[in-house]
Design a binder for this molecule. Structure first.
Ligand code: NDP
Length: 288
């Protein structure tokens, strides 16, 4: 049996601190006549997307950020969606545009993201922002990896020379995560579904990030004793409960620190969306 030892990294607590800081900066900006604004576009009826969008809107309102949600029918044409994005691009009161993913299958996700002005792409998914991140000059960092970096920073994890292993290589989590860890001085291994011996990779990790979407796939024996384990996965079990990608109970006995699900990376993702929107508005203020 494993003894409980790992420190639990609370995303809820850190997100609260970040949100309070954002609220103060939003207030200062609003007093100068510039109220930060985020517009979220939601196409279709995906229930999980509706929950995410509602949570984002509530977080914006609490921080004093103006939030608009534009809900479009599932059958919306690509032409209409791209026209809407173009209008939002030229609307000066909109600092951030977020198109909630996934989109219905008849819409080309890539084309939609590339239509968002890079200066309003608060998700950081536009190829121009991906390129800036890759070349070490980020404008917007994608919110989930950005939130994870904040967590590592607040836990005072020394990343210089650390072995970091990221499991999952999506454009929105794994790849930008690897870039940010690399920029912080870590030696990074990025794993995907073809990785031959995953456990051999994860066992070397001083910092292990799991972002796959498979419940409990990272088991205690795959974790280096004392490692920092960041669990990005959000998996709905048949019981209705949420689980991460890491066997949390098992990992507690091996890891040095670990993020829980829920209450870990999720709240930080929303907090960093607020930061990105605020910073877009601060750049607008600097130009006016
Ligand atoms: P994707 O499905 O886009 O990507 C999954 C990645 O995992 C792919 O790179 C895939 O490899 C890799 N993978 C699949 N199976 C294995 C395996 N057996 N071993 C190693 N790698 C594997 O997922 P996302 O990045 O969008 O999301 C990942 C998880 O994170 C999901 O649970 C999602 O809900 C959650 N999430 C949580 C957020 C939060 O705020 N907490 C935000 C965003 C996502 P390949 O490239 O070869 O296909």
């Amino acid at each position: 049996m494993c003894s409980t030892s790992a420190r639990i990294i609370s995303g809820n607590a850190l997100a609260q601190t970040v949100r309070e800081d954002v609220a103060l900066r939003v207030q200062a900006l609003t007093q100068r006549g510039i109220r930060p604004g985020l517009t979220v576009v939601l196409v279709g009826d995906d229930p999980a997307s509706h929950v995410y969008v509602r949570n984002k809107a509530i977080a914006c309102e609490k921080a004093g950020i103006k939030s608009d949600v534009i809900r479009l029918e599932e059958q919306t044409s690509e032409h209409d969606l791209l026209s809407l994005i173009s209008r939002l691009n030229s609307d000066e009161t909109v600092d951030g545009i977020l198109v909630q993913l996934p989109l219905p299958s008849h819409l080309d996700e890539h084309k939609v993201i590339e239509t968002i002005s890079p200066s309003k792409d608060v998700d950081g998914f536009h190829i121009s922002n991906a390129g800036l991140l890759m070349t070490g000059k980020p404008l917007f960092r994608p919110c989930t990896p950005y939130g994870i970096m904040k967590m590592l920073e607040s836990e005072q994890i020394n990343l210089r020379g650390a072995e970091a292993v990221v499991v999952g290589a999506s454009n929105i989590v794994g790849k930008p995560m690897a870039m940010l860890l690399l920029a912080a001085g870590a030696t990074v291994t990025l794993c995907n579904s073809k990785t031959r011996d995953l456990a051999a990779q994860t066992r070397r990790a001083d910092v292990l990030v799991a972002a796959v979407g498979r419940p409990n796939m990272i088991t205690a024996d795959m974790i280096k004793p004392g490692a920092v384990v960041i669990d990005v996965g959000i998996n709905r079990l048949e019981t209705g409960k949420l689980a991460g990608d890491v066997d949390f109970a098992g990992a507690l006995g091996v890891a040095g620190a670990i993020t829980p699900v829920p209450g870990g990376v999720g709240p930080m993702t929303i907090a960093m969306l607020l930061v990105n929107t605020l910073e877009a508005a601060e750049r607008r203020a600097a130009q006016s």
